[in-house]
Design a binder for this molecule. Sequence first.
Ligand SMILES: NC(=O)c1ccc[n+]([C@@H]2O[C@H](COP(=O)([O-])OP(=O)(O)OC[C@H]3O[C@@H](n4cnc5c(N)ncnc54)[C@H](OP(=O)(O)O)[C@@H]3O)[C@@H](O)[C@H]2O)c1
Length: 364
Amino acid sequence: MPKSDIVLKVYKKLLFSTEWVSLEFFATGWPAFFQEEKNRFVTIFLFTSLFCQYFDLGICGTFWISLLLLFFRRIFAGGFCNSTKRLDGQVVVVTGSNTGIGKETAKDLSARGATVVLACRDIVKAGKAALEIRAATDGDVEVLKLDLASFVSIRNFAEKLKKKYPKVHILINNAGIMTCPNWKTEDGFEMQMGTNHFGHFLLTQLVLPLMKHGDPARIITVSSHGHYGGKIPFDDWDYVKQGYDPFVAYSNSKAANVLFTRQLSKELEGTQIQVFALHPGCVATELMRHIPFGSYMMLTIDFFVKTPLEGAQTTIHCATDAIQHKNLYFSDCVPMTPSDLVMDDGVAKKLWEVTESMINKTSQ
Ligand SMILES: NC(=O)c1ccc[n+]([C@@H]2O[C@H](COP(=O)([O-])OP(=O)(O)OC[C@H]3O[C@@H](n4cnc5c(N)ncnc54)[C@H](OP(=O)(O)O)[C@@H]3O)[C@@H](O)[C@H]2O)c1
């Protein structure tokens, strides 16, 4: 599917979907919203005052325009998780938690009393994040090295995790790479599919035995609305026939995330493990680092996107109060309808079997 069609599909979903409009969205979450946005309000108020002074709109104008901007900002900030659930005694693994959405998720779950394992490829960055989280929550936070673009690293991580923690309660497959050049993982897979899907698939297989302990457990995979234009390139994993488009490859890997969750729910039927895939929203993080001027672009659209804490809310909801839904896909803390392709059980099963066999072949 061409890039323009993918963009169109995502925007149609974002603009015309009313699935997020619930009474709860407007009735709750305001204290957390005000807490997160308090610095921005000062800017909004100053900007509006200057604007109203220039156009002679007076104090009334300043009030109403500020209120309108605040209302829009509330919508862009998205759904907030209102759970007060504690996670004392639970072990949570969060991949890619040295920055962005993953770091905020880890911080929140640590504040709820969980032991949090930061599964990251850059130990130095992860160490700094662990210090920051411990300072904020006084919680038990550990760093373990995990490079999802290397099957050896994933197996080493799982071995270390098993030695240290006999039980894992929540696995959050959060790490992701977006629109990078046509790189390959250590095992020869296209980098975005290799990291976002194959890496998390193997990781989940290896962590699963630690999660079948009889107590409630959850596996959460952070996908994206980008999946709406995604397809699984079953006969062209290396993009030799269709040519490599970084944007298309990202969408495909995010479709794989939701399909993986679909088949996982079948594999885990009858167990105590619930599974979720989700879209975090459009969030100001380092994800656009491979797009030329990506970080500057983020700055210019800052008002219209979520902060990392706001972007972590749906993951936190899925880690605490959410109940597995037939769509298996959440956004803004409510279930959403994903694309027709990723609702297809046949495609989900095929992807599962092909992934398993490709990983086995590579590991022989
Ligand atoms: N931001 C958005 O608007 C948005 C929208 C939809 C979906 N998402 C999804 O949300 C998730 C989190 O992204 P983010 O926005 O927080 O982006 P981010 O700030 O770039 O964080 C991504 C994290 O993934 C890690 N990572 C990348 N490749 C890895 C690998 N091979 N092994 C281990 N870790 C790896 C990064 O580690 P390094 O720091 O070492 O690179 C980083 O910790 C991703 O799955 C993304 O696709 C984000």
